[in-house]
Design a protein around this ligand. Structure first.
Ligand SMILES: *Cc1c(COP(=O)(O)O)cnc(C)c1O
Length: 355
């Protein structure tokens, strides 16, 4: 059933598979990888022949620019297998566009569509046995690009490596999430790289997040850098608030990543008849809603966890607990979206794409 060569991708198959060593019922997120990867190098001003080969480490010169100047971007997406063993992606064109938007912002070359999309499709077909059926089983897909050119000179690299690696994943449970609202640190600033999926954005978040962890909070809700009065993202996810029966989320900006889960949930909620307001959400508004009992939910939204409910938040040393509610928007929307992604429910939006 397999083809060893397509017109554009050079394929070398692994001689043995690691699949039998993997305990698919006890996967820890992002730690197990499939038998193959896709690789494509950029040099002499051009993308070279894409290659699919056995998953393996690679060597870089110690002066490679990724280590010194941080040109590194990535994407996070998922593949799903339905009951007929067909494989599906969710809005992959959005990830592709965002990847290249991140590349432009980081002065990196854009990846051609056939390298990204055909590469991903072929890789998924080859490692298809690693995608398990059923709600809660997914294949997490990590496309990324790094600057591989040599030289400790602070200018954009002339060589890059694009790769896609695949990691089978169970539904992501983060336990009870309490968050700290940022009063000093920022994830992103106007004119900065907050809207790019750049590795450095994550590095910059680690320190303030570990400080929050020490105080018993799992994540930080990032506020705008200039005034710290607007609620912008929760950790590495977009963030939604439910006040009374209205769902609120900030508009995307230079500081906020244009999440695909975020925009899908907005559409889905509207279709479900939920009142959605996309506008700046103020910290003062949240505290007021907590105080008068109208704050019902806060949840993060992103590909890995889909929806991540938050049980409470702290602001200016005061802790505010969220009520426990039945039939939350978080649960309703997560259920709708994951069933659509797994083809267990109709997809009226045309978001699911068959491989
Ligand atoms: C990836 C990411 C998100 C979520 O985006 P999705 O497309 O929904 O996965 C949100 N915020 C940040 C900072 C991110 O890096």
């Amino acid at each position: 059933m397999s083809t060893s060569q397509t017109t554009t991708i050079d394929i070398t198959k692994a001689t043995t598979s690691k699949i039998n060593d993997v305990d698919f019922d006890n996967l820890s997120f992002g730690s197990v990888f499939t038998d193959h990867l896709l690789e494509c190098d950029f040099k002499n001003g051009a993308w070279q022949q894409p290659v699919i080969k056995p998953y393996q480490p690679f060597l870089l010169d110690p002066s490679a620019k990724v280590f010194h100047y941080g040109q590194a971007i990535f994407e996070g997406m998922k593949a799903y297998k339905d009951d007929n063993n067909d494989l599906w992606l969710f809005r992959p064109d959005e990830n592709y566009k965002r990847f290249n938007a991140s590349a432009v912002r980081m002065a990196m070359p854009e990846v051609p569509e056939e390298v990204f999309m055909n590469g991903l499709n072929e890789l998924l077909k080859i490692d298809e046995a690693w995608v398990k059926k059923g709600l809660g089983n997914t294949m997490y897909i990590r496309p990324f690009m790094i600057a591989t050119g040599d030289g400790v000179v602070a200018n954009p690299s002339s060589e890059y490596k694009f790769m896609i690696i695949l990691s089978p994943a169970k539904a992501y449970y983060s336990g009870e999430v309490k968050v700290l609202i940022a009063e000093h640190y920022s994830r992103a600033a106007n004119g900065g790289i907050g809207a790019a999926k750049a590795a450095g954005n994550y590095a910059a978040q680690f320190y303030p997040t570990t400080l929050a962890n020490k105080e018993g909070f799992q994540q930080v809700i990032w506020t705008d850098d200039a005034t710290h009065t607007k609620l912008e993202e929760a950790g590495t996810m977009n963030v939604f608030f439910r006040i009374n029966d209205t769902l609120l989320t900030a508009p995307v900006s230079e500081r906020i990543l244009d999440g695909i889960t975020r925009k899908s949930l907005i559409e889905l909620a509207k279709k479900e008849g939920i009142n959605v307001e996309v506008r700046p959400v103020l910290v003062s508004e949240l505290v007021e809603a907590s105080n008068n009992g109208t704050l019902k939910e806060i949840f993060g939204a992103g590909t890995a966890a889909v929806v991540n409910p938050i049980v409470g938040y702290s602001y200016k040393d005061k802790y505010y607990e969220l009520p426990k509610i039945e039939n939350s928007y978080a649960e309703q929307l997560k259920s709708k979206l994951t069933k659509m992604q797994h083809k267990l429910e109709a997809d009226p939006f045309g978001w699911t794409v068959k491989i």
